[in-house]
Design a protein around this ligand. Sequence first.
Ligand code: ASP
Length: 440
Amino acid sequence: MKKVVKFGGSSLASAEQFQKVGSIIRAEENVRRYVVPSAPGKRFDGDTKVTDMLYDCYETAVKGTDFAEKLEKIKERYNEIIWGLKLSLSLDGEFEKIRELFAQGVGSDYAASRGEYLNGIIMANYLGYEFIDAAEVIFFDANGEFDAEKTNKILSAKLRKIEKAVIPGFYGSLPGGQIKTFSRGGSDITGSIVARAAKADLYENWTDVSGFLVTDPRIVKNPEPIETITYRELRELAYMGASVLHDEAIFPVRSEGIPINIRNTNDPSAPGTMIVENTCKKPKYTITGIAGKKGFAAINIEKDRMNSMIGFGRRVLSVLEDNKISFEHVPSGIDTMSVFVHQSEFEAKEQKVLAGLRRELKPDYMDLDSDLALIAVVGRGMRATRGTAGRIFSALAHANINIRMIDQGSSEMDIIIGVANSDFENAIRAIYDIFVIAQL
Ligand code: ASP
């Protein structure tokens, strides 16, 4: 059994958090062999993540202003951890190099990457594991795209020779050797890449929540945790705004069939959420999760005999494409078609798009709806259950919520509902109540 364990910023924000991480790793020392740390995150509400401190410090350096004090504050964050763990380690040399390179304008990616790099050095020293600089094993191509094959080849060869190692998250290197980072939260991706290269049995992603919740805890108080979710379900929910894991993080492990386990550093006995390719485990409820987003507009188009016109839909979408607007959903009737777009993206180009549609399609009637929200009710259990849509609609009717759009994906794994922005929270609560509370 071999596991890759990634720890998020809040799990490594202080010496106490490091100690929790140490016990977690030592509890399965010969299994939790490859460790991917983030940079130290927030220690308390209102605190600043080291990554943000680094960006800010570098910006000051680029302006030619004195950045010594800002860099010193960052060094203090690390020293606090080193002293708290009673390590005999000094990062003075590293900070001297960072200071020099900041002054030379080394680039903001390099600056941000030092958060994970330095935390990795501390972690390796604390655990007695070997340190592998991610710049030597994670590669981007000349266009700045992650180079999966080169990385996998070099990293897996390296890991074959090393029993236990710490590989900092979030960055790698470009063909010229310069440091490049993934987008924010990218240590999740590194963990997944390492799990693939190590051919791990499991990728454990340790954070500060006990896995995914059925819905947003800011909308529903103490929602139930999700025990098992498939990659596809997760994609749907993540796209609709549920976020615990970086969007890109599932791809490397998914290609190797390695499951991900989301765990809580502050509650290590909780089983967390398992993310798997497939499972015959029956979900606890018919639905796995509910997520949604506000801020959509709908363009409603009516034209007699639209259904028999060839290329009508393509022409509608080509007008959007010409205006560089992406569409979200296209529910259609016999002589009607609606296109859901992001309101913020659409507003500035609204008149151009309407004129384009008029010119291209000569519709009989066209109007706009705005301030709409989309809610995705996702669940692999829906396929085998009758009446899911009916239950959603009656729950919403009882809550006095008007449904503005319905769309069931062909996978029968999700039902998307459009409601007014102002009904968004109530609609989510009503759906949660009918599927979870009523079943508890
Ligand atoms: N430290 C980086 C960030 O704050 C990357 C990560 O934590 O995954 O975005």
